[in-house]
Design a protein around this ligand. Structure first.
Ligand code: SF4
Length: 313
């Protein structure tokens, strides 16, 4: 029905591969620290911090070794991805970036995955990553937050960048031969099904390798929470999320691996999260509907810059 990331990893590395999350204490976000704005994206609470992360006071190597030991014991894992998860991990000096990336090169790391914003991508950082890739034969993945291709919604949610920066970042990253994973939220109340389709198409034509989907949740004490409490918008029903997810997958290049089809939300900090049900129940509903209706990833992947030429056949 859709290409799962675990399948991709098994095909590529011939066994299960586990992500080891890393937090950096120096990283922040230009949309929070005043460089672009204060307060961040309207839905941003303390997003920078992942649930399972160790303290950022530990060195990168210490975090990796501790998590690696734990996961190795639990799952008999042998291969790992060093995952720079928190905030915008290229929003630090080049020297510091080099130091942290170098620390992440420990035994059994097959990929270094770096989360950041599309407007925090620059050649010197990518040049260094290319050296690492070639020297150590380690894959490089850049994770970009886009959330939606609807540039009006990007403005509404105060992302601080538009679609153009995302397109430019993807083209630059691809020119280095790195993988791209884009993060998408499919149920913004301001997006309709055409926005969903266009988002899938843009991600596909820009050569993305992976996608992470999650549903919008409303974290307390955010701009979005204030707007929600003021009745400025209402959340769309779960059925709408399910339909948009399936439509998104139908238009997506079938080669793109889905890292996540719905996220977990930290309920205790939210006014609204995953329609009060668990993420895996939503995942099951998506998969059941796809099966029942014979819908699958790539079913409508028939567009592209040569589409009109087919009329001459
Ligand atoms: S880019 Fe990420 S960390 Fe920065 S404000 Fe937006 S959600 Fe928060």
């Amino acid at each position: 029905m859709y290409r799962e990331y675990s399948t991709y990893l098994k095909e590529k590395y011939k066994e299960k591969v586990y992500k080891l999350p890393i937090s950096l204490k120096e990283t922040n976000c230009p949309n929070r620290d005043g460089n672009l704005g204060f307060g961040g994206c309207s839905y941003c609470g303390d997003e920078g911090v992942g649930f399972e992360n160790l303290s950022a006071n530990l060195s990168v190597k210490e975090q990796l070794l501790k998590n690696k030991e734990k996961i190795s014991k639990k799952y008999k894992a042998k291969k790992f991805i060093a995952y720079f998860q928190s905030y915008s991990n290229t929003y630090i000096s080049l020297d510091l970036f080099k130091k942290y990336i170098t620390e992440a090169i420990i035994e059994d790391i097959v990929d270094i995955s770096i989360s950041t914003r599309p407007d925090c991508i620059d050649k010197p950082y990518l040049d260094f990553l290319k050296e690492i890739k070639e020297k150590y034969n380690i894959d490089i993945t850049i994770e970009l937050g886009l959330q939606t291709a609807n540039y009006k919604t990007l403005d509404k949610i105060r992302r601080g960048h538009t679609l153009a920066e995302y397109i430019q970042a993807c083209m630059l990253i691809k020119s280095y031969g790195f993988n791209i994973c884009t993060h998408i939220i499919l149920n913004f109340p301001w997006d309709n099904i055409e926005d969903t389709i266009e988002t899938a198409k843009i991600i596909s034509v820009l050569g993305n390798d992976f996608v992470k989907l999650h549903a919008l949740y409303i974290e307390k004490n955010t701009v979005l929470a204030r707007e929600y409490q003021n009745g400025e918008f209402t959340m769309l029903p779960l059925e709408d999320y399910i339909e948009k997810t399936i439509t998104f997958l139908e238009y997506l290049n079938p080669d793109i691996a889905i890292q996540r089809i719905i996220g977990r939300a930290p309920e205790e900090f939210t006014l609204f999260s995953n329609w009060g049900t668990s993420w895996w129940k939503i995942k099951e509903q998506i998969e059941k509907k796809m099966k029942d209706e014979n819908r699958y990833q790539g079913k409508l992947y028939d567009y592209g810059c040569n589409k009109a030429l087919k009329k001459f056949d």
